[in-house]
Write a protein that binds this ligand. Structure first.
Ligand SMILES: [Zn+2]
Length: 213
């Protein structure tokens, strides 16, 4: 696999660089000035540059398990907080997209941990970090009925976690200021790689609308 990556870089240098050398040279000399930030899951099936047809210099990306944005006051916000601060204050991005996705293992781990809580089983954490990380989004799933195994529970949980991250963006004061000044817009998108569809949160509600092309 590592050899494949090395060959991939060789190919990048020989073909991509040849075609885009001017763009890459400018990025090296003048620095980056991306207009869009994407916050997405570490899942290998969610690849923003490929999904959105972008190249070097276009997207400022943060990835973590389950595309989580902790609240501003959370002790877990240092990594994402520093990226948000750099994107908003220094780069001045115009849009931030929180990108959730179908069949998210991180959200599934959170659902499992909440089920265990409900059954009052005494369960030791199976992992060193995963459960305590995804537990950040526990409040997002308070309205999901795990007892009745509601329909579309997986999708509903993924979208609830996505909305939780989206709403938490507003707790970062300078980010909220930028939105009020209309220099920044935030978006919640959800991607399904099985049906190859992209959904977005409606402007006035928490419903997700299929994006038509
Ligand atoms: Zn995921």
């Amino acid at each position: 696999m590592v050899k494949k990556l090395v060959n991939g870089f060789k190919n990048f240098r020989e073909s991509y660089f040849e075609k885009k050398s001017q763009v890459l040279q400018q990025l090296a000399e003048k620095g980056q000035s991306p207009k869009t930030m994407v916050i997405c899951c570490s899942d290998s099936r969610v690849e923003p540059s490929i999904l959105f047809g972008t190249g070097p210099g276009d997207l400022f990306v943060v990835r973590n398990v389950a595309n989580l944005v902790p609240p501003f006051t959370s002790k877990d916000n240092v990594s994402i907080g520093s990226a948000l601060e750099y994107a908003v204050k220094i780069l001045g991005v115009k849009d931030i997209i929180v990108l959730g996705h179908a069949h998210c293992g991180g959200v599934a781990a959170l659902c499992k941990s909440m089920n265990n809580d409900k059954e009052e089983e005494i369960t030791d954490n199976l992992t060193d970090f995963i459960e305590s990380w995804v537990d950040i989004a526990k409040p997002a799933l308070s309205k999901i009925s795990f007892d009745n195994k509601e329909e579309n529970i997986e999708v509903n949980s993924e979208r609830a976690v996505l909305l939780y991250s989206y709403n938490n963006l507003l707790t970062y004061p300078w980010l909220n200021d930028a939105i009020n000044e209309k220099s920044l817009a935030i978006h919640a998108w959800w991607f399904d790689f099985k049906s190859v569809t992209l959904w977005k949160k409606a402007q006035e509600s928490d419903l997700f609308m299929l994006m038509e092309f």
